[in-house]
Design a protein around this ligand. Structure first.
Ligand SMILES: Cc1cc2nc3c(=O)[nH]c(=O)nc-3n(C[C@H](O)[C@H](O)[C@H](O)COP(=O)(O)OP(=O)(O)OC[C@H]3O[C@@H](n4cnc5c(N)ncnc54)[C@H](O)[C@@H]3O)c2cc1C
Ligand SMILES: NC(=O)c1ccc[n+]([C@@H]2O[C@H](COP(=O)([O-])OP(=O)(O)OC[C@H]3O[C@@H](n4cnc5c(N)ncnc54)[C@H](O)[C@@H]3O)[C@@H](O)[C@H]2O)c1
Length: 462
């Protein structure tokens, strides 16, 4: 049986772990799917490339607001799709080729399953290949959850793994779920021509993840564009491929050419049979790790969606840095921090956040100050003719420190970054507002003014 110094399972973020510091190790990299994993092939990157195209189409539609006469004559979907995926597929192939050609890494393509402690079998095209190593990194990510009402219907459905590669923009698209993936892909397909219905069990879109003001404003903003079925469950899927009938718990019947299921993702720990390796999992199937990202089995680390509480690519990337360091420097291990994890939703309006939501601050009984500043009240917001966007900030009244920041509107994912720095470094909201100079009349003034709008509270009265 081939024996390696280190086996990495998963060539998404797992592939990014290897650099020249590992040159003297014999490494095996095992992957069931294409190199680059979810983010490159079916996640962050294609969805954002499509969202950027959707934004262009929307800008043309909205040109009249700027007294520009423009007309959207059409979107060439197949050209869009080729532009996106020809580039990404080539990148994935180059990534695999580069790794195969590196002197010290053996690539095994196929689904792996542990067969014992530090031993697994890869189901390759040439049959099962058992391999073993002293040390392992598990980075096998997750997959879309498909509820039984859909899976058991026997009728076709799409997930984020497949929908971005469809041959046509669906005429009538029903999206099950109202979280990150649903919101971003509903935005894409609506802007590219689909009639979109969203079925979400909660009363607002993005309710699980976002500050209450953000999810309320976002839901109101898209209400006119998408048919929203909020607080609803899907009870039956019938009809035939291309002409689906969806029954809801209030008796309503919807028709759909395409059903996109986006109700969350589950970790791939079951498919890898991590239990056989003595690797423990949490209640939701995530591999259990400590602060140094060690699993419960000696010599086995985990990173990314398979184990993290926050399944985002920038989190997985940082975890990979920590695991790489800890593999190389076992006597000076580093610990992963999750105190100020930002995220963004690339919709229209765009959304970004870091730190606590107002409902979390309230539930934790914190003494907090809150301020909201609108894009419409800064000069560049006037330039954009922006009416709904805002920046909302929360700070601890006792210490003056920033607790959370939420931005809804153009460039939100970029505007949130000063707040991420403030939170990460533990700055007070006042210092963050007053120490740096903020460019006039840039959109960042909406963040500066939100910070300046915070009630100083006890911290400043001392
Ligand atoms: C539609 C969508 C949009 C997203 N957008 C964003 C975004 O904008 N920003 C953001 O931060 N995050 C985003 N995410 C989340 C992001 O994609 C994930 O957090 C990230 O890809 C996780 O990386 P990973 O390496 O842990 O797992 P993955 O990238 O999923 O990699 C797992 C790898 O393991 C392989 N594998 C699985 N099982 C086995 C097995 N048994 N044997 C061998 N190999 C196996 C897979 O083939 C794959 O190569 C998005 C996700 C989706 C689905
Ligand atoms: N821009 C980004 O950073 C980005 C984009 C896409 C995905 N992601 C990552 O991928 C993860 C998964 O995204 P997701 O959108 O699949 O999950 P999610 O957890 O964000 O949202 C799932 C939504 O589906 C709803 N839901 C669950 N079961 C339902 C049912 N049976 N009927 C109707 N609604 C139901 C939930 O209430 C929730 O609103 C995210 O948590 C995020 O970490 C990130």
């Amino acid at each position: 049986m081939p024996r390696h110094d280190l086996i990495i399972v998963g060539a998404g973020t797992g592939n990014a772990l290897i650099d020249d510091r590992f040159d003297d190790l014999d490494i095996a990299l095992v992957s069931a799917g294409p190199f680059g994993g979810t983010c490159l092939n079916a996640g962050c990157i294609p969805s954002k490339m499509l969202a950027a195209t959707a934004d262009v189409a929307d800008s043309v539609r909205a040109a009249g607001r700027h007294d520009v006469d423009a007309e959207l004559r059409g979107v060439r979907w197949r050209d869009v799709r080729s532009r996106v995926f020809d580039r990404l597929d080539a990148f994935a192939e180059e990534g695999e080729k580069g790794r195969r050609e590196s002197g010290n890494t053996t690539v095994y393509r196929g689904e792996a399953r542990f067969t014992g402690p530090r031993r697994l079998t890869v189901e390759t095209d040439d049959g099962p290949v058992p391999i073993e190593a002293d040390r392992f990194v598990i980075a096998v990510g997750g997959r879309p959850v498909v509820p039984p009402v859909v899976a058991d219907s026997g009728l076709p459905y799409e997930t984020s793994d497949t929908v971005m590669r469809l041959d046509e923009v669906p005429g009538r698209l029903v999206v099950l779920g109202g979280g990150y993936i649903a919101a971003e892909l509903a935005h894409v397909f609506h802007s590219l021509g689909s009639r979109v219905t969203v079925i979400e069990q909660a009363d607002l879109l993005l309710a699980q993840q976002q500050d209450e003001l953000v999810s309320r404003t976002f839901t109101d903003a898209v209400r006119d564009q998408w048919d929203l079925r909020l607080g609803r469950e899907l009870t039956e899927v019938s009809g035939e491929p291309g002409d689906l009938r969806l029954t809801l718990d209030d008796g309503a019947e919807l028709t759909a050419e395409t059903l996109l299921v986006a109700v969350g993702r589950q970790p791939n720990s079951d498919r890898l049979d991590v239990a056989a390796a003595g690797v423990g999992v949490d209640d939701d199937g995530r591999v259990t790790v400590d602060g140094q990202l060690r699993t419960t089995a000696d010599g086995v680390w985990a990173l990314g969606d398979i184990s993290t509480r926050v399944p985002l690519k920038h989190v997985a990337n940082r975890e990979a840095e920590i695991v790489a360091h800890n593999l190389l420097h076992p006597d000076e291990p580093r610990t992963m921090g999750y105190d100020a994890v930002p995220s963004a939703v690339f919709t229209r309006p765009q959304i970004a956040q870091v730190g606590l939501t107002e409902q979390e601050a309230r539930d934790q009984g914190m003494d907090y100050a809150v301020a909201v500043h609108r894009y419409a009240d800064v000069a560049y917001g006037w330039a954009l003719e922006e009416t709904e966007g805002f920046c909302k900030v929360l700070a601890d009244r006792r210490t003056g420190r920033l607790l959370g920041g939420h931005v809804l509107g153009p460039q939100a994912a970029t505007l949130v970054q000063p707040l991420v720095i403030g939170l990460t470094t533990g700055m007070t909201a006042r210092d963050l507002a007053e120490q740096p100079l903020w460019i006039h009349p840039a959109l960042t003034e909406v963040v500066e003014n939100a910070l300046r709008g915070l009630d100083p509270g006890a911290a400043d009265q001392e």
